[in-house]
Write a protein that binds this ligand. Structure first.
Ligand code: F0G
Length: 454
């Protein structure tokens, strides 16, 4: 990854290149690693689900991320997730019923896609003998790290959160699992800057997606998508963009699969920002920042960040998981956009919540940040960028139970609650609200109401 070409050993603990300062990338010598030449190899593991490494939806693909010795791999059963066709969401988005697939990463043990990356970063931390691991988080990363620490008892978790910037569902997980929780005055961007300083000062292993091993684990989301489609490459992958770890990992996954010869074409990639935190959209679509053969013109980024500072603009969206203005994986994401002929869009909180309710109608459901992918797909179909008969996979990154406050405010009849939680963010209506029916505690009235409404 570093444009300077410096390399470091797999047993070193670093997140950035000492020479040029850019993030590091895990590079394999495929001639030496000799990955399988056919997907059958992975399918054969389905019959061996009694083995933890075959059961894991991450480590089932060990041969495509062979950075650690097999006997030090850590798993807590992550990656048992589902790719589901969704006729309802397809209709909403404007695609043929059979052409929209939702990849439910909320089904992971801690409730989000983070467990894919955590299994890998945690494995690396374990191989180098780390005893403490830290992250900054808006919720999901911290819940995931705290869970891996608690289940394996291998490390102590230290988590950094911005005050008032974490959902209770997630904070309650970290507290229950015994993580040391540092609440700092500031938002995610502040917490991220601090955790980097603290972990380098105290030698604590950092598991945010600046950690290249996180991205190795997150590649497996795409392996599972392909697996579910019986190894047919879809036309589009649509993913929300926050710190841009997923989009970067997906691009790397497809580039490697192509290099190895397991696929002959890559899908297109759409990364969806919330409009209140749309750095990637601004830089890629408006200011035309490009990967440029590994030499992106970062003065474009720096000028934008200076403007953000001068105008004291902070990220702001109901989709708390992507409320990030300084995405740490920006450069790697530019590479992914290049590999996958990508596009970036921004969607409003209104679009996000409407899309979220449509996903929920189909069952399983997702948190607001995840629904950005479906809202983004709808937009791209309406623009004619995605064709109605193309096959589209939207990644639903987190579980519906993460953010009940937003969901309840959307469905409420209480105007005050709606205004407080959503109106303040520019959300004007809840077109798909499913309002609770208030009835007196009388049998006759209850029966009448049920007959009226069902
Ligand atoms: N979706 C969910 C549910 C998330 O939790 C996050 C990030 C993202 C999307 C953004 O993903 O960084 O790969 O672009 N959550 C972080 C956290 C910030 O602390 O849990 P990305």
């Amino acid at each position: 990854m570093p444009s300077c070409g410096a390399t470091y050993g797999i047993d070193e603990v670093r997140v950035a290149c000492e020479v040029c300062g850019s993030l590091l990338d895990v590079v394999y010598d495929w001639d030496h690693a000799r990955p399988p030449q056919s997907f059958d190899f992975f399918e054969k593991k389905w019959a061996r689900r009694n083995e933890p490494l075959s059961l894991s939806g991450v480590w089932r693909f060990y041969e495509l991320m062979p950075f650690a010795p097999r006997d030090s791999v850590v798993t807590i059963g992550e990656g048992q997730t589902l790719l589901q066709p969704s006729a309802g969401a397809a209709k909403y988005v404007g695609l043929k019923a059979e052409n929209l697939f939702l990849q439910y990463e909320g089904l992971n043990p801690s409730g989000s896609f983070k467990d894919n990356g955590m299994a890998a970063a945690f494995t690396h931390a374990h191989t180098i003998g780390a005893k403490r691991a830290a992250c900054a988080s808006t919720g999901n990363t911290s819940a995931s790290l705290a869970m891996y620490c608690a289940v394996t008892d291998l490390m102590k978790a230290v988590i950094f959160i911005g005050s008032g910037k974490i959902s209770y569902g997630k904070l309650s997980q970290a507290l229950d699992y015994g993580a040391l929780t540092m609440q700092i005055a500031g938002d995610f961007d502040d917490a991220m800057a601090r955790v980097k300083e603290v972990s380098s000062q105290l030698g604590i292993y950092l598991v945010n997606s600046v950690n290249p091993f996180r991205l190795e684990g997150q590649k497996s989301i795409m392996f599972r998508v392909l697996e579910s489609l019986r190894w047919q490459v879809p036309d589009w992958i649509v993913v929300p963009g926050g710190n841009l770890g997923n989009s970067s990992a997906f691009g790397k996954a497809f580039a490697e699969l192509k290099e190895i010869g397991l696929i002959d074409r890559v899908p297109r990639l759409a990364v969806i920002n919330a409009s209140g935190a749309a750095t990637l959209y601004e830089l890629y679509e408006q200011r035309k920042l490009r990967w440029n053969n590994g030499q992106p013109d970062l003065s474009i980024r720096d000028a934008y960040y200076k403007e953000l500072d001068e105008s004291e603009k902070r990220a702001s969206t109901i989709a708390s998981a992507i409320e990030i203005n300084r995405p740490v994986n920006l450069e790697k994401c530019l590479r992914a956009l290049e590999v996958c002929d990508g596009v970036v869009r921004e969607v409003s909180d209104q679009e996000i919540l409407d899309a979220k309710s449509q996903v929920g109608t189909g069952g399983l459901g997702c948190e607001p940040a995840s629904a950005a992918s479906v809202a983004g797909a709808k937009r791209l179909v309406s623009e004619g960028v995605i064709d109605a008969d193309q096959r589209v996979v939207c990644v639903l990154t987190g579980h519906q139970l993460k953010d009940p406050t937003a969901t309840m405010a959307y469905h409420t009849t209480d105007q005050e609650q709606f205004n407080k939680v959503l109106g303040s963010r520019g959300v004007k209506r809840a077109a798909f609200a499913n309002r609770a029916v208030t009835v007196p505690n009388e049998l006759e009235e209850i029966v009448k109401a049920i007959q009226l409404y069902s």
